[in-house]
Design a binder for this molecule. Structure first.
Ligand code: HEC
Length: 107
């Protein structure tokens, strides 16, 4: 009985843990296909397109200070040269991108 419980809780942990990792992975994939050409894989915006459009470095303290809602709003509505993604991405996809940006800022 005891080992059954251990087995079940191990299975529960295996099932639950990847949920957070999954959101971040999805964010990474979305970032690669929608954002990387301007913001660069590292988020510093040092790509030729990024420099031409005067992309903001996502590690900039001003961006780090923004709330998750602020980030989601900019992604959804756009800002100057930054295109709006609200019609192309779903709100959960934008949330995944926000968690990906947060992970990037910690690197
Ligand atoms: C066509 C190039 C381009 C693409 C594609 C792009 N961005 Fe941007 N992004 C910009 C530019 C330019 C800025 C600077 C806007 C400004 O003038 O403040 C910016 C700014 C930002 C900011 C900082 C906003 C602020 O208020 O300082 C975030 C966060 C951001 N982009 C996220 C994303 C995400 C996530 C994606 C992909 C879904 C994305 N961007 C795709 C060009 C781009």
């Amino acid at each position: 009985m005891r080992s059954m419980i251990q087995l079940l809780s191990a299975a529960a942990i295996v099932c639950l843990l990847p949920a957070a990792a999954h959101a971040q992975n999805q964010g990474a994939t979305l970032f690669q296909s929608n954002c990387q050409m301007c913001h660069g894989a590292d988020g510093k915006g040092s790509t030729p397109t990024g420099q031409a459009l005067k992309v903001v470095n996502l590690h900039d303290p001003a961006v780090v200070k923004m709330t998750d809602t602020d980030l989601a709003n900019v992604i959804g509505k756009g800002k100057r040269n930054m295109p709006a993604f609200g019609s192309r991405l779903t709100p959960p996809q934008i949330e995944n991108l926000v968690s990906f940006i947060r992970a990037l800022q910690k690197q």
